[in-house]
Design a protein around this ligand. Structure first.
Ligand SMILES: Cc1cc2nc3c(=O)[nH]c(=O)nc-3n(C[C@H](O)[C@H](O)[C@H](O)COP(=O)(O)OP(=O)(O)OC[C@H]3O[C@@H](n4cnc5c(N)ncnc54)[C@H](O)[C@@H]3O)c2cc1C
Length: 405
């Protein structure tokens, strides 16, 4: 029986697991390395089973209230003309722009508030430095000099998870590294509304593997921007934002469309975030008294549009299995059994992977536009929907109800 849990990471997966466990009467502490709930990020898609989870947590209405109204996604020419369009309705709300899109920072705020209301404690500006698994409990030594003895540590600390490193080592299997770069980097930031988007998420490709996008933000004066580039792994200081912005300036120098204004906006954005695009592939998601969830366990990359949905569903399943089973190993095994096929499907990248998202040549950009036009054409829509947009449903979610011990 698990009576106390320490969760590392107050992004999306961490607070969902905290809500389920705290509701079941488990003593829950959540550590977050940032000084508060991290703002930033674009709109993330809430798809398939994750909508069911938000509903079961009693958060469906609040999530709906946060939903952004967007018309769809369009590939644009240098002068802003639309070359392709995929509306929200094209795939019945399940396409690239889903029916429910929420700003990542606002979703994190909602989930943290919910788990706090259910009794979870949050400690910001704090992280785990060492884990000592003693078999019957696990001790976490924290960055503020204190320590916590607990029944289970959950690593929900994102793709570069420190919990994963501490519990599994750099290379758990000795056969391969769990961190698989897919060949690119992506920066997200808030920018002033620099063009009339008319509700569209506009995306621009430039040869050389450069992709820029702008979409509506929370207010009419705000937009959410992203700049992505294809690249071999780079070495840079993850805390040095100025160095990261310099990399972007160098990569995007001379690029067209709104790129110059976006580079300028990136300089002043207070939520600038750049990350390597990596998938996490682990043969198992738990070891002793440590379990991983969300991007820490299986990051599918933002290219799949499923990172947030998988994190929500996975954290919900993990929390419920722990709360309802007497034996921890049985709970962790069942969590893995339910989530593994869903994650394997969800990790499949769209055609071409990073080369498809940020093509290198003009011909490859043209091929990308042609395939989008085919995908949205009426005769091919059902096939495209089946191939690309039904993955979010592909889980047998047990009929848990929130437990109260
Ligand atoms: C600032 C930000 C912006 C993002 N923007 C987008 C976006 O625009 N589009 C998109 O598709 N995806 C985006 N993502 C990724 C997306 O949020 C995740 O794919 C998905 O929601 C999975 O959630 P998660 O909780 O597993 O991981 P995350 O949402 O990454 O949350 C992990 C949390 O752990 C914290 N953390 C990291 N290391 C430690 C540590 N050592 N100790 C304690 N806490 C730690 C992080 O600060 C973060 O709050 C963004 C992530 C972040 C952090």
């Amino acid at each position: 029986m698990v009576d106390s849990v320490l969760i590392s990471g107050a992004g999306i997966a961490g607070p969902v697991a905290a809500s389920v466990l705290a509701a079941a009467g488990v003593d829950v502490t959540v550590l977050e390395v940032a000084d508060g709930v991290r703002p930033g990020g674009q709109a993330v898609d809430i798809r398939g089973a994750s909508r069911v989870v938000l509903d079961r947590l009693g958060l469906a209405d609040a999530a709906q209230d946060l939903g952004l109204h967007q018309r769809g996604i369009a590939d644009v020419e240098t002068d802003g003309r639309h070359l392709t369009e995929m509306t929200v309705e094209t795939f019945g709300g399940d396409g690239i722009i889903s029916e429910l899109e929420i700003l990542r920072g606002e979703l994190a705020e909602l989930l943290v508030a919910d788990s706090r209301a259910r009794g979870a404690r949050f400690r910001f500006g704090t992280r785990i430095q060492q884990l000592l698994d003693r078999g019957d409990t696990i001790e976490a030594l924290l960055s503020d000099g204190s320590s916590i003895d607990t029944d289970l540590v959950i690593g929900a600390d994102g793709p570069h998870s420190a919990t994963r490193r501490l519990a599994f080592g750099q290379n758990p299997d000795q056969q391969f590294d769990p961190v698989r770069p897919i060949g690119g980097y992506m920066a997200w930031f808030t920018a002033p509304m620099i063009a009339d988007l008319d509700g569209w998420y506009c995306m621009y490709n430039e040869p050389g593997g450069l992709t820029a996008s702008v979409r509506p933000g929370r207010t009419i004066t705000q937009s959410k921007a992203s700049l992505a580039f294809a690249s071999q792994p780079l070495s840079y200081d993850r805390r040095d934002l100025a160095a990261q912005k310099a990399i972007l300036r160098q990569r995007f120098a001379g690029a067209g469309w709104l790129v110059p204004q976006l580079l300028e906006a990136a300089e002043y954005a207070d939520d600038f975030y750049l990350d390597s695009l990596v998938q996490i592939q682990l043969p198992q998601w738990s070891k002793g008294r440590v379990a991983l969830v969300g991007d820490a366990a299986w990051c599918p990359t933002p290219l799949t549009g499923l990172g947030t949905s998988l994190a929500i569903v996975g954290a919900y399943v993990l929390g419920n299995e722990i709360a309802t089973r007497a034996e921890l190993p049985a709970a962790l095994a069942r969590y893995e059994e339910i989530m593994r096929p869903y994650v394997t499907t969800g990790q499949k990248l769209p055609p071409g992977g990073m080369r498809g998202y940020a093509p290198q040549t003009r011909a490859a950009i043209t091929a990308r536009l042609v395939s989008t036009r085919l995908m949205v054409s009426r005769p091919l829509r059902p096939l495209a929907k089946r191939l690309f947009f039904e993955k979010a449903e592909a889980v047998n979610l047990p009929g848990y109800s929130l437990q109260h011990r």
